[in-house]
Design a protein around this ligand. Structure first.
Ligand code: ATP
Length: 234
């Protein structure tokens, strides 16, 4: 579903991501962990087609993000850590705007907006302007806007920050459902307990380089993910 080969991204002379290769299969929830400034957001933005990169390739469902960005963007959703939504729109207007871009038929979008709006308890707020939303409400709107176009691959940057425990629980259930239905998820997090419970596989990045990747068992063995992470950081 997602094939990253020898990805290198520089800011000036500094390599933020250095020769990173990762394969994410359909059905996998793949966690991405690393210290502040390790290169997680940069990698996620390269996958989403937001940042250009110097070397390597990224394929989404067989399509290159460099050569065929539109096809890739049809298949993926990127949920940033701080969603920058259009404040002047109401929630429902924003969702319809996204549904228009992805050409979601009227009946289907109505059903999906109702389903996810209710699940995230945002339906009653959809008539309000985004400018009046709290951080968590904006995040929920960004999540719903990602889910309504039925992406195969979901890329998320710190998805649990700012979500209350109930919403986090809903989110985890939806993530598992998405992957059980053949989708894939790649997400960054600093919450190692969540990663440990939720992820099928995990990748650890340090100073732009991949230091460990594989199934949770392969990466941590009998230790906790926190101990493995802290050992690798030393
Ligand atoms: P965090 O956990 O703090 O969000 P991260 O792993 O997501 O960190 P990145 O944001 O990808 O890390 O940053 C990787 C490196 O690239 C850091 O050293 C950062 O200072 C640098 N960097 C990120 N964005 C830019 C930019 N726009 N210009 C220059 N350097 C940048």
């Amino acid at each position: 579903m997602l094939v990253i080969e020898h990805l290198t991204k520089k800011y000036g002379d500094k390599k933020a991501v250095d020769d990173l290769s990762l394969h994410i299969l359909p059905g996998e929830i793949y966690g991405f962990i690393g210290h502040n400034g390790a290169g997680k957001t940069t990698t996620l933005k390269c996958i989403a087609g937001i940042l250009r990169f110097e070397e390597g390739s990224i394929l989404i469902d067989g399509h290159s993000i460099v050569n065929n960005p539109l096809e890739c963007k049809r298949k993926l959703a990127y949920i940033p850590d701080n969603p920058d939504l259009y404040d002047f729109m109401t929630g429902i207007k924003y969702l319809n705007f996204i549904a228009d871009i992805f050409k979601i038929p009227a009946l289907e979008r109505k059903e999906l907006i109702k389903k996810y709006g209710d699940l995230f308890e945002l339906t009653k707020d959809l008539a309000q302007p985004v400018a009046t939303y709290s951080h968590g409400m904006k995040q929920k709107l960004a999540i719903i806007s990602a889910l309504i176009h039925k992406p195969k691959l979901i890329i998320m940057d710190e998805p649990f920050v700012g979500l209350d425990p109930k919403v986090s629980h809903t989110m985890k259930k939806l993530m598992r459902e998405h992957c059980d239905n053949g989708g894939a998820i790649f997400f960054s997090t600093h919450v190692l307990e969540v990663a440990e419970k939720l992820c099928d596989k995990i990748a650890i990045i340090k100073n732009g380089k991949l230091v460990k990747a594989g199934t949770m068992e392969e990466v941590k063995g009998d230790e906790s993910l926190e101990s493995v992470f802290l050992e690798l950081e030393d």
